[in-house]
Structures are given as structure tokens and as C-alpha cells.
Design a protein around this ligand. Structure first.
Ligand code: ATP
Ligand code: MG
Length: 347
């Protein structure tokens, strides 16, 4: 959790991000259909904040991260860095702005070049940017960063395969922070690691955040990790933003039936309610052909007549607590409120 979080300073603003991946038909064929990976997602990241993005596999978490970094171009929407429209930058200005944002990958085994030494892997971003004039300055920076992430300097000239998963993730983190970014997108940074190593890497990320004033976009499907590290949480389902709130509010009082079901499957958090635990049944529908209305209606225990007809708006239900669900729409008619189906079984 960001100790030095400053909610008055927005470092990044995602506005209406939408990504549709075309599915091509034949070699020269036009797009026959689209994967609706991301639909109208907006959020703000504040200085020193850890903003978590959670949801089941395929819900669009990594796509959000990639659009934010412009590793893939959003189909619609934009990303503002401070006041600057990052999505419209090109050339030199884009290269410069890119240095403010870095990515930590999920898989520390495949993301590091096996033919480069640890020192060269960490130094690569500064070598490319030409940050230091002399070799001595460059080497000093590498050592400084290695120390900051808890890597023994004796390992400088070793190769990635000689390291454990946790150590490799430290190398990845060192590489991400060497250019002093403001924002780090952490995409499942500990999911590939043994549980015993996860806590150490999480602690390192927290320490670095406090020391360097970093803001994190922290992508994870593991709610117990998110409960520990985040300040703010955005819950996604099938590319849509379902709920967004302060961590405390979200875990204490989840509003969306989807969030409630997600939280119910972590017994450590909601053990008191294990008797009437709500289990999500059925598979996530295809993002190529998403359900009409609310995308969650096919699996929602509280599905009403309106839910298959109209998409709910993202509303501020309580101060700072946003939720996209018709349950919080006061303007519905009696007919629209009619309960239609319970697809989630009590267990
Ligand atoms: N390059 C691509 N081309 C086509 N479809 C894609 C591409 N990348 C992702 N998708 C699809 O977009 C949707 C969202 O994918 P994304 O990787 O963002 O999900 P995720 O939430 O990160 O999942 P996971 O938890 O498994 O990492 C999925 O249906 C995925 O199959
Ligand atoms: Mg992903």
C-alpha cells in the first residue's frame, strides 16, 4: 500500500479505453469479427497509489495494461499522463514519455534475455536512452539498482538461468526502475512464483514504492494479494469495468453481485459466510459474442428483466465507490425489476 499516496495528484488518467482485436478471415480477408477485449474503461491513478485490476482470466486486465503503455494501440479512448495526451504522441516525445512508465512481466523465466548478463539486462534501458556519459557512471547506477532490489553484486556477470524465479523477478524489477519511472505496470508479478517467494517480492515492491514515490497499476487474479497491496481496486468482467472503489470499501462492502461472488471464493477473507457461499457457475461467455445488456447477466444471481436488455451505467453509488449494476438504478419500472434467474447456486 502506498504510504505516500497523494490523491490530489493524478499521474495517469485512462479515458474510455476500448480494444477490439480483429479476427481475420483468410489471408487477405477483412475482419470477420472482433474480440471485445476492453469496452469503455476509465480510471485515474494517483501519485504513490497502488491501483489493482482484478478479474477472471481473459477479462481484459493485461489488455488494459498494454493499452496504457501503448504496447497495443487502443481502438478508442485515450491515456493522459498528467496533462499530456500520451495516446497522441509520436517520435521523440513518445520515447521520452515512455520512460515514465515501465512494465514488470508475469513470467520471470521467459522475459529476460538468456544471453545477457544481469548487469547488461539491467543496464539495457539506460544504454538505449544514453543516460550516462561514462561507463563508470553507468556501472555505478547498475550497482545502485541491484542493491535497491536486494541482488548480490557478486552476481553482476552471471546469466539469468543461474537464478531462481524470485531472483529473476528482482532482475526484472531492477530493469524496470533503472530509468526512474513514475509509473510501473505490474502484470501478475508474483503469480509464477512459489508462495514463499511471493511475499518477499511484494514487500520489495512496497519498499520501492515508498522510497521512489512510484505509482503502481497492479494486475492480479489473486484477491488475497490484492487485499494486501492495493489502495484502490477495479473489478473487471468480459472487458467491462464492474466496480471501482477504495480497497477497504470494496472488501468490506462489495456492491456488484460479481464482486461478491469473487470475494466469496476466498475463504480466508469471508470465512464467516462460508455457509452461504456464492459460487459462480457456468463459463465466462465468449468475448467475440458478448451477452446483450449487462455482460454478467447470464451468470448473475440477481438478474432482473432489464439486465439482458440494457447495459447498466457505471454509477457512483457511494462517495468514491462506483458500480455498474441495475440494482442501483432508481429509475427502473416494476416490470424491469422483475427477477428472472438464479444461475449461481448457494453451497
Ligand atoms: N492479440 C490478441 N488477439 C486477439 N485476441 C486477444 C489478443 N490478446 C488478448 N486477446 C483476447 O482478449 C481478451 C482479454 O485478454 P487479456 O489478456 O487482456 O485478459 P487477462 O485478464 O489479462 O487474462 P489472464 O488473467 O489470463 O492474463 C481475451 O479474450 C483474449 O483471448
Ligand atoms: Mg493477463
Amino acid at each position: 500500500m502506498g504510504k505516500n499516496r497523494d490523491m490530489s495528484e493524478v499521474v495517469l488518467r485512462a479515458e474510455h479505453l476500448t480494444k477490439r482485436y480483429p479476427i481475420k478471415k483468410g489471408l487477405f480477408g477483412k475482419a470477420a469479427n472482433y474480440v471485445h477485449a476492453l469496452e469503455d474503461v476509465s480510471f485515474e491513478l494517483h501519485r504513490g497509489e497502488t491501483f489493482a485490476i482484478v478479474g477472471e482470466s481473459g477479462c481484459g486486465k493485461s489488455t488494459t495494461g498494454k493499452c496504457v503503455l501503448r504496447l497495443t494501440e487502443p481502438t478508442e479512448g485515450k491515456v493522459l499522463l498528467g496533462e499530456e495526451d500520451f495516446t497522441s504522441l509520436s517520435g521523440e516525445a513518445l520515447t521520452k514519455a515512455r520512460q515514465k512508465m515501465k512494465l514488470i512481466f508475469q513470467d520471470p523465466y521467459s522475459s529476460l534475455n538468456p544471453r545477457m548478463t544481469v548487469a547488461d539486462i539491467i543496464a539495457e534501458p539506460i544504454d538505449i536512452a544514453g543516460t550516462y556519459k561514462t561507463r563508470a557512471e553507468r556501472d555505478a547506477r547498475v550497482e545502485e539498482v541491484m542493491e535497491a532490489v536486494g541482488l548480490d553484486l557478486a552476481f553482476k556477470y552471471r546469466y539469468p538461468h543461474e537464478f531462481s524465479g524470485g531472483q529473476r523477478q528482482r532482475i526484472g524489477i531492477a530493469r524496470a526502475i533503472v530509468l526512474e519511472p513514475e509509473i510501473v505496470v505490474c502484470d501478475e508479478p508474483v503469480s509464477a512464483l512459489d508462495v514463499s517467494v511471493q511475499a518477499k517480492v511484494i514487500n520489495l515492491l512496497e519498499q520501492l514504492q515508498d522510497r521512489l514515490g512510484l505509482s503502481y497499476i497492479f494486475i492480479s487474479h489473486d484477491l488475497s494479494v490484492v487485499k494486501h497491496i492495493s489502495d484502490t481496486v477495479m473489478v473487471m468482467y468480459l472487458g467491462h469495468e464492474m466496480e471501482l472503489a477504495d480497497k477497504e470499501a470494496l472488501f468490506a462492502k462489495p456492491l456488484h453481485p460479481y464482486t461478491q461472488a469473487l470475494l466469496d471464493v476466498i475463504p480466508r477473507i469471508r470465512h464467516e459466510r462460508i455457509q452461504d457461499k456464492r459460487i459462480l457457475e457456468g463459463d465466462v461467455p465468449s468475448p467475440t459474442n458478448p451477452p446483450s445488456g449487462c455482460v454478467f447477466h447470464t451468470r448473475c444471481p440477481k438478474c432482473m428483466k432489464v439486465c439482458s436488455e440494457r447495459a447498466p451505467e457505471l454509477r457512483e453509488v457511494e462517495p468514491g465507490h462506483l458500480c455498474a449494476c441495475h440494482l442501483f438504478d432508481d429509475a427502473l419500472s416494476e416490470a424491469e425489476r422483475q427477477l428472472v434467474g438464479v444461475s449461481v447456486a448457494a453451497k
